[in-house]
Design a protein around this ligand. Structure first.
Ligand SMILES: C[S@@+](CC[C@H](N)C(=O)[O-])C[C@H]1O[C@@H](n2cnc3c(N)ncnc32)[C@H](O)[C@@H]1O
Length: 317
């Protein structure tokens, strides 16, 4: 089944791996679907089109601005869509509020959208001058400013190392603490660049630290772990879960979760007798993650790092 509305978007965000996602979700008329990261509604529009005439979609996002874009994009399907300002970690409660106890497929397209990255006021990018914010949820009470200007140096170094995998984390944290108070993203990028070295392979030296701060501000990796568990609990037998990740930290979590949930025993290998009482809930449909073709990458450079993993809920689980 293919969606003719296509992958482009008036909002400036082009959904990645669009056709792969629609195929992976095994969409059909009358189905109930959750897009846990609805963003500008690009994938959501395809889901609704492929589940015509009566498939329903619950779309969640932490970003109220994104939900405004999604509402415009999904206007042609308005009778079949419910949009909610909520984290995908709360998808169970949100689905339950609609009277759904099971759904046919769930999509998580992680990270941030082009609209968020390119809005200087959100503070996500070192390419624009903006506040030290980086919140997905504008109502969230924890901003990048808290980390950059108030976190103890050792903890800041740990954040940059763990979430940015930057070998120069300690030096960067030290330089940030010395330069306090940092006022904006340009100031932060300049301080990082003074310690993180020059551009490598065209990658700006502040890339990893900005990623690390964003992950910490939004507690992204914990949300992902909770979201995956919750999603599996909501899927009907043969229901599909598709997750698009954009960096190795996310992808590792998805891969390990899928591996664990596809095994009947998760005892350590040295333990000869099983004591875990775990039963498999998923069948993994993507041994290796699906990656974008070069044509897609040439139109949408964000697709370069996208990795799609798909699993199906077992009928026996
Ligand atoms: C890559 S964009 C999604 C784009 C969308 N698939 C489309 O086609 O337009 C990721 C979205 O996830 C949202 N987001 C991030 N973490 C979230 C969470 N825990 N719960 C809900 N939304 C989240 C971001 O605000 C952002 O709008």
């Amino acid at each position: 089944m293919s969606a003719s509305s296509g992958a482009g978007s008036a909002s400036g965000h082009t959904p990645v791996l669009y056709q792969n996602v629609l195929t992976a979700l095994n969409l059909h008329a009358g189905g109930r679907y959750i897009d846990g990261t609805v963003g500008a509604g690009g994938h959501a529009a395809g889901i609704l089109e492929c589940s015509s005439p009566d498939g329903r979609l619950l779309g969640l996002d932490l970003d109220t601005k994104a939900l405004e874009y999604a509402a415009i994009r999904l206007e042609p399907f308005r009778d079949r869509v419910s949009l909610r300002h909520a984290s995908y970690t709360a998808m169970h409660e949100e689905a339950f509020a609609l009277g759904w106890d099971r759904v046919d497929a769930i999509l998580l397209d992680l990270g941030l959208s082009s609209m968020q990255l390119e809005d200087p006021k959100r503070g996500f990018s070192f390419r624009f001058d903006g506040p030290l914010d980086m919140r997905f949820d504008p109502d969230g009470d924890f901003t990048a400013d808290e980390l950059v200007n108030h976190m103890p140096q050792d903890e800041l170094a740990e954040v940059i190392k763990r979430y940015g995998e930057d070998p120069r984390a300690r030096a960067i944290a030290k330089a940030i603490v010395r330069a306090r108070p940092l006022k904006n993203t340009f100031h932060l990028a300049e301080v990082i660049a003074s310690k993180a070295g020059t551009k490598r392979k065209g990658i700006h030296p502040a890339t990893r630290t900005f990623q690390a701060l964003r992950i910490a501000v939004n507690d992204e990796l914990n949300a992902l772990k909770v979201g995956l568990e919750t999603a599996v609990g909501l899927l009907c037998p043969r229901g599909r879960l598709a997750v698009i990740s954009f960096h190795s930290l996310e992808d590792r979590i998805v891969k390990r979760f899928f591996n664990r949930e596809s095994r009947d025993c998760i005892c350590p290998p040295e333990q000869l007798i099983c004591r875990c009482e775990h039963t498999a809930t998923l069948r993994v449909l993507t041994k290796k993650p699906i990656r974008a073709e070069s044509v897609e990458i040439s139109h949408n450079p964000r697709a370069r790092s996208a990795r799609l993993r798909v699993a199906e809920r077992l009928t026996t689980a």
